[in-house]
Write a protein of this length. Structure first.
Length: 305
C-alpha cells in the first residue's frame, strides 16, 4: 500500500507541481535528453546508453533506461537524432521516443545551435503488480486511465572547444496524461513545462589535467528551483573524476573513462541528503557512449562535452 500511494503521488505530479522528467546524474555527458539543440554537438555519429537505478534497496524504486543517437548531416550546419527512454516506478511505466533536428550557425570560434524535438509518451500502470490490502477504493479499483500523448521540446545551445551554454523548454504542449475520477469529478495530471539552463567550461591547468566545472538549473511551475553543480577533472585524456551537489537532495560521485577515441564509459553514485536516505542504499547510474567516425581534426569540445 505504501508503494502504491508513492506511485500515485508520482503519477499525479502535475497536480503537485513536481519534477516529472527522469533524473540523470551524468547530464554533462548526456545532454540530448535535456536540450534538443545539443543534437550533433559531438561532431560524430554518437550513441549513448544510460541505465539508472535510483534509491537502490527500496521496493518499487525508479529504474530508467535511455538510448540516444545523433549526428551532423553533410554540410554540418544541420544535425538529426533522437532518443528512446523507459522510466519505471513500481507498477507505473513512462515510455517515450523523440526525434530531434538542430540547425547550427557557424560563428568565428563557436557554434550557435537551435533545436526542436517531437515525440510521443505512453503512461501505463500494471495493476497486476499491485497487491491490495483493501477493496472498494475507486483508485484501487483502477480508475486511473492510461494514455498516449504527443510532446514537443525546444532548445538553444552555444558552444565552442572550451565552453557551452544552453537553455531549453520541454513539454511545450502541456498535455494531460492521466485522469482520476473522485466523487464524480475528474482530476487530471498535466505534463507541465520544464525549463533547463546549463553551462560548463574546460580549463587546462597543465599538459595532462583539464578542469571542467558545470552546472544545471531546473525549474518547473510552482516547484523549487533545483541546482546541480559539478566539478570534474580529466587526467591524461583518459579518465574523468568528478563530484556534484544537487540542492537539498544528494552528493554525486562520477567516474568516466575514455577507453578509446570512440568509446567511453561512466559511472555515478548518488548519496542522498533528504528524508529518503534511511530507506535506500543510494542511486547508481551507468553510461556507455560511442562516437563513430570522429576525427582527431575535430574541435576539442566533443572530448570535453
Amino acid at each position: 500500500m505504501k508503494r502504491l500511494i508513492f506511485i500515485l503521488i508520482m503519477l499525479c505530479g502535475g497536480m503537485l507541481y513536481a519534477q516529472q522528467d527522469a533524473l540523470y546524474s551524468q547530464y554533462m555527458f548526456n545532454q540530448l535528453v535535456l536540450n534538443p539543440a545539443y543534437t550533433g554537438a559531438r561532431d560524430a555519429f554518437t550513441v549513448t546508453l544510460v541505465h539508472r537505478h535510483q534509491w537502490a534497496g527500496m521496493d518499487g524504486a525508479p529504474r530508467t533506461y535511455s538510448l540516444s543517437v545523433h549526428s551532423p548531416l553533410g554540410d554540418e550546419r544541420a544535425a538529426v537524432g533522437g532518443y528512446l527512454y523507459s522510466d519505471q516506478i513500481g507498477p507505473m511505466q513512462d515510455l517515450g521516443g523523440y526525434g530531434s533536428f538542430a540547425y547550427r550557425i557557424m560563428l568565428d570560434n563557436s557554434k550557435l545551435s537551435f533545436g526542436i524535438q517531437a515525440g510521443i509518451r505512453r503512461y501505463d500502470i500494471n495493476w497486476g503488480l499491485v497487491n491490495f490490502n483493501q477493496s472498494g477504493d475507486i483508485i484501487l479499483n483502477g480508475q486511473v486511465k492510461n494514455s498516449v500523448i504527443p510532446d514537443a521540446n525546444f532548445g538553444v545551445y552555444w558552444y565552442s572547444d572550451w565552453f557551452y551554454l544552453g537553455l531549453s523548454s520541454k513539454h511545450l504542449l502541456q498535455n494531460k496524461y492521466a485522469e482520476v475520477v473522485l466523487d464524480e469529478k475528474t482530476v487530471y495530471s498535466t505534463l507541465l513545462r520544464h525549463f533547463y539552463a546549463m553551462g560548463g567550461i574546460a580549463v587546462p591547468v597543465s599538459d595532462n589535467i583539464v578542469l571542467k566545472p558545470s552546472a544545471l538549473v531546473k525549474y518547473t511551475q510552482n516547484a523549487p528551483v533545483q541546482l546541480d553543480v559539478n566539478l570534474s577533472a580529466l587526467f591524461n585524456d583518459f579518465f574523468w573524476i568528478g563530484a556534484s551537489y544537487r540542492t537539498k537532495q544528494a552528493f554525486v560521485a562520477i567516474l568516466e573513462f575514455n577507453i578509446t577515441d570512440q568509446i567511453r564509459i561512466g559511472y555515478s553514485y548518488d548519496l542522498m541528503f533528504n528524508e529518503l536516505r534511511v530507506y535506500n542504499k543510494g542511486s547508481h547510474e551507468i553510461m556507455l557512449g560511442f562516437d563513430i567516425g570522429r576525427s582527431d581534426s575535430r574541435m576539442l569540445s566533443p572530448r570535453f562535452f
